[in-house]
Design a protein around this ligand. Structure first.
Ligand SMILES: Cc1ncc(COP(=O)(O)O)c(C=O)c1O
Length: 377
C-alpha cells in the first residue's frame, strides 16, 4: 500500500491552490504576450500586470506606485539592503541574529566590504527582540540608519511587534525594512497604519507559484534598481515580467486575505492540537520560541529527546511519508546547525523539528504524525 503523505512543511513552501492555477493558465496558454510589446498580445499582458499591481496595493493599503514585482522574497530583500546603502547613504543597520539568510548573509557581505556597520539587537530567551535595547541602539546611532527586522521568524514563528518597531523608527529617524515573507497572506498588513518603508513578499508562501515576489517601497523613497537592462517595472526591475506568476501571486494574496479568519481558525486548531498531543506523547519535549505567545499560528519548532532512533529523524519521518523541516544538525542529517537556534542557545545536540501547517492540513494528519513520531522514540 502506498504510504500516506503528510506535508507539514508549509513554511518552506505551499501548494499552489486550484483557483490560482486557473487564474494563471490563460497567461501561459493563449495570452502569452510580452508586456513590453505594443500589439494586442502585449497589451493584454500589460493590463493584467497593472490590474495585479492595483490589487496588491489595495490589499496592503498602499498605492500602485509603491509596488514592484520581483522574482522572489530574496530578491526583494537584496534590493532594499544593497541599494539603500548607496542611495540612502545608510551607514548603520540594526538587525537581529535570527533573520533569514537572504537578509543576514547580504548584510554580512555589505559589512565585510566596509559599506555598513551592523548592530545586533539583543534577544530575549524566547526569541523576541529586546525592544528597550532597540530603542537604546536607535538613540545612540547618529546619521542615516535602517532597522531590518523580520515580521515572522521562519524557523520558530515568533512575531515582531510591527507597530512598536515602526513607531520607534519614526521617532528616531530610521528607515524600517521588514522581511514580511512569512507573514504576507496570513496576517493583515496596512502600510498606512504601520508607517513602514520597505516590505517584501513571496507568492509561494501563500499558495501562489514559486519564482514571483514583490517589494513595497514607500512613496518618496528613491532606490535605484538592482537589475538593470530593460525598463520594466517603471525602470526599477529589468527583465521580462513573469505575467502568469504575477497573476498567480495576486490571486493567491487576494484569496488569502479574503479567507484569512477562517484559515487562521483552522490552522490554529491544528497547531494547538499538535502542541497538546506532542506534550502528552513526549513529556521531555522543548518548544523553541514563544510557542503559545506572540507566535505565528502555522509554525511549531520543537526539540525532541535524544535516542538512538531519533538520529536522522527527518530521514526516518520521510520514509513514513511525513515531510517536515529540521532545525538542528541532528535532525536534518547534516552537520549544519540553525543560526536561529544557536542565537537562542538551544541545545542543538537534540533533534529539532519545524512543523508548519496550511489550510489544506487536517486533524487526522496530526494524528498520523504523532503516531509516526512515537514509533521513532
Ligand atoms: C523569512 C523569509 N524571508 C525570505 C525568504 C526567501 O523567499 P524566496 O524563497 O521567495 O526567495 C524566505 C523563504 O524561505 C523566508 O522564510
Amino acid at each position: 500500500m502506498p504510504v500516506m503523505k503528510v506535508y507539514f512543511d508549509n513554511a518552506a513552501t505551499t501548494a499552489v491552490s486550484p483557483e490560482v492555477l486557473d487564474a494563471m493558465l490563460p497567461f501561459l496558454k493563449e495570452n502569452y504576450g510580452n508586456p513590453s510589446s505594443i500589439h494586442s498580445f502585449g497589451r493584454i499582458a500589460k493590463t493584467a500586470i497593472e490590474n495585479a499591481r492595483k490589487t496588491v496595493a489595495g490589499l496592503l493599503n498602499a498605492s500602485t506606485g509603491e509596488i514592484f514585482f520581483t522574482s522572489c522574497g530574496t530578491e526583494s530583500n537584496n534590493m532594499v539592503l544593497r541599494q539603500s546603502i548607496h542611495d540612502l547613504q545608510i551607514k548603520h543597520v540594526i538587525t537581529s541574529r535570527i533573520e533569514h539568510h537572504c537578509v543576514w548573509h547580504t548584510l554580512l557581505e555589505l559589512k565585510a566590504k566596509g559599506l555598513v556597520q551592523l548592530h545586533y539587537v539583543n534577544l530575549e530567551p524566547n526569541g523576541h527582540i529586546d525592544y528597550n535595547h532597540l530603542q537604546e541602539l536607535l538613540h545612540s546611532i547618529q546619521g542615516p540608519k535602517m532597522v531590518s527586522l523580520m515580521f515572522v521568524n521562519n524557523e520558530i514563528g515568533n512575531l515582531l511587534d510591527m507597530e512598536r518597531v515602526s513607531a520607534l523608527c519614526g521617532e528616531n529617524n530610521a528607515y524600517f525594512h521588514s522581511d514580511t515573507v512569512q507573514g504576507i497572506g496570513t496576517y493583515p498588513i496596512d502600510v498606512q497604519e504601520l508607517s513602514i518603508d520597505f516590505l517584501s513578499g513571496s507568492a509561494h508562501k501563500f499558495h501562489g507559484p514559486k519564482g514571483i515576489g514583490f517589494l513595497y517601497i514607500k512613496n518618496g523613497i528613491k532606490l535605484s534598481p538592482l537589475l538593470t537592462g530593460g525598463a520594466q517595472e517603471r525602470n526599477m526591475r529589468s527583465g521580462t515580467e513573469n505575467v502568469a506568476g504575477i497573476v498567480g501571486l495576486t490571486t493567491a494574496f487576494k484569496n488569502s486575505i479574503e479567507n484569512l479568519d477562517a484559515n487562521r481558525k483552522h490552522i490554529l486548531g491544528l497547531k494547538n492540537k499538535m502542541v497538546k498531543d506532542l506534550r502528552t506523547a513526549f513529556p521531555g519535549i522543548i518548544f523553541n520560541g514563544d510557542i503559545e505567545g506572540n507566535s505565528h499560528y502555522k509554525i511549531i519548532n520543537a526539540s525532541f529527546p535524544l535516542t538512538s532512533r531519533s538520529e536522522l529523524l527527518l530521514f526516518n519521518l520521510d520514509i513514513e511519508g511525513i515531510c517536515v523541516s529540521g532545525g538542528s544538525a541532528c535532525s536534518s542529517g547534516t552537520n549544519i546547525g540553525s543560526h536561529v537556534l544557536e542565537a537562542l542557545d538551544v541545545d542543538q545536540s537534540l533533534p529539532a523539528i519545524r512543523f508548519s501547517f496550511s489550510k489544506y492540513n487536517t486533524r487526522e494528519e496530526v494524528d498520523v504524525v504523532i503516531k509516526a513520531l512515537k514509533k521513532l522514540f
